[in-house]
Every structure is written in C-alpha cells, then in structure tokens.
Design a protein around this ligand. Structure first.
Ligand SMILES: [Zn+2]
Length: 81
C-alpha cells in the first residue's frame, strides 16, 4: 500500500491511483485529466472543498485543515519554509 504524496490518501486499489496506474505516487484526486499531478494550490483548493463538504467546516477552518495535512507531506516541504 502507498499513500498519495500530494494529499496523503491511502491508495489500495488501482482505481485510487492516477490514471489507474499503480506505479504513480499520487492519487486520482491529485491528477489532472492528462495524468500530471496538480499544483500545490489546486490540491489545497480541492482538499478545502472536500473538507467543507464532508465535515461542514467554514472555509477558513477547512483551508487550515488542508494546509495542516499538506505540511506533513515531503512533497510540499518547500511551500512551508
Ligand atoms: Zn492525492
């Protein structure tokens, strides 16, 4: 099992991976339709909206929660210096 390097989501089955490709290090939610990985801002925005929908947080709280997750991922290290 791998975790997405961009959002931390566990990827268990091939449909969790970008382009159904288990050799990729990022998940289907973090891939653009052409298969490339989304940018920091695109992923932050997607996670923020996801948290608002699933947890009903305010936009500001959801954005903070998204940033907290991303802060723990080495992929985005350079965004938090
Ligand atoms: Zn992801």
């Amino acid at each position: 099992m791998k975790n997405c390097v961009a959002c931390g989501m566990p990827m268990n089955v091939s449909s969790d991976f970008a382009m159904n490709d288990e050799t990729r290090n990022y998940c289907v939610h973090c891939a653009r339709s052409d298969g490339t990985m989304k940018s920091f801002d695109e992923i932050k925005e997607g996670m923020t909206n996801f948290i608002i929908q699933t947890q009903g947080l305010s936009r500001e709280a959801a954005e903070n929660a998204a940033l907290l997750v991303m802060k723990n991922l080495p992929t985005w290290k350079s965004h938090f210096v």
